[in-house]
Ligand binder design. Structure first.
Ligand SMILES: NC(=O)c1ccc[n+]([C@@H]2O[C@H](COP(=O)([O-])OP(=O)(O)OC[C@H]3O[C@@H](n4cnc5c(N)ncnc54)[C@H](OP(=O)(O)O)[C@@H]3O)[C@@H](O)[C@H]2O)c1
Length: 247
């Protein structure tokens, strides 16, 4: 009989959220901070510390690029020094590059895979020694990792890979009582989707049963309870207004 780890959402947890300078990552970090947890916001821009300061509480910001091995080692070192451990790791930093297979640039393929797949794998590996039993990893996926959207080969492949990694690590890390799940946003209002043409936006929204785009806070809310649930691992939680049902 394996002991059930104590619920971790009743005590102050330590969160690291990548890509937290804006958009969905920022909403996740803000919600965790507002609910009393300690949060480390990560992004490439130097002002991520200032962004963290606006959250108040114990929030900190560390500038790091998830595609840079040295940055990840530094990040792990800083978390160990400041907090001595980590309870929730959210791999949210993401890059979208488009283009049909005949046109997609090799650099775009490499950058997308490095940010969306290799970065999370390396960060999980770097942080793992500091994540205790009861800890959680939440990976942020995308609907295109599960359905074929023309022109999304790099992004779709990277997110499908992240879904595979989620399931493998859920099985591997269960013996440590560390849970690994994936939250999959649908079409959410952020900088990433700001450049989508009005025509394309209407086409996508028409496909969404709830008939609207999502807000970052609606994704953050799901990440919060996924991080705190004690008997869920290896799961994929679609938070997409029903889009997956209608594709
Ligand atoms: N918006 C949507 O409709 C949607 C749908 C499905 C999935 N998602 C996923 O949700 C996640 C967040 O997306 P979003 O819409 O909030 O995007 P966003 O507004 O473009 O924000 C992306 C965040 O990632 C950070 N980032 C990018 N590359 C990074 C790197 N190499 N190292 C560290 N940080 C990096 C950015 O900060 P800096 O530029 O400061 O580094 C920024 O904070 C992504 O994984 C995305 O694929 C979004």
């Amino acid at each position: 009989m394996v002991d059930q780890p104590a619920r971790t959402d009743r005590v102050q947890r330590r969160w690291l959220v990548t890509g937290a300078s804006r958009g969905i990552g920022h909403a996740i970090a803000r919600l965790a901070s507002e609910r009393g947890d300690r949060v480390c916001l990560v992004g490439r821009s130097a002002d991520v510390a200032d962004i963290a300061a606006t959250l108040g509480g114990d929030a900190i910001g560390i500038s790091a690029d998830v595609t840079c091995a040295e940055d990840l080692a530094r990040l792990a070192g800083e978390i160990e020094t400041r907090w001595g451990g980590l309870d929730v790791l959210v791999n949210n930093a993401g890059l979208h590059r488009g283009g049909t297979i005949d046109r997609v640039a090799n650099e775009d393929w490499d950058a997308t895979l490095a940010t969306n797949l290799t970065g999370p794998m390396r960060l999980i590996r770097a942080m793992l020694p500091q994540i205790p039993a009861g800890g959680a990893v939440v990976n942020i996926g995308a609907v295109v990792g599960f359905r074929g959207f023309p022109g999304d080969s790099c992004y779709g492949a990277s997110k499908a890979g992240l879904a595979g990694l989620t399931q493998v690590l859920a099985a591997e890390l269960a013996r440590r009582q560390v849970r690994v799940n994936m939250v999959v946003p649908g079409f959410v209002m952020t900088e990433m989707t700001a450049t989508v043409s009005e025509r394309a936006r209407k086409t996508i929204v028409n496909r969404i049963p709830l008939q609207r785009m999502g807000q970052p806070e609606e994704i953050a809310d799901v990440c919060w309870w996924v991080a705190g649930s004690t008997y869920m691992t290896g799961s994929v939680i679609f938070t997409d207004g029903g889009l997956m049902c209608n594709l």
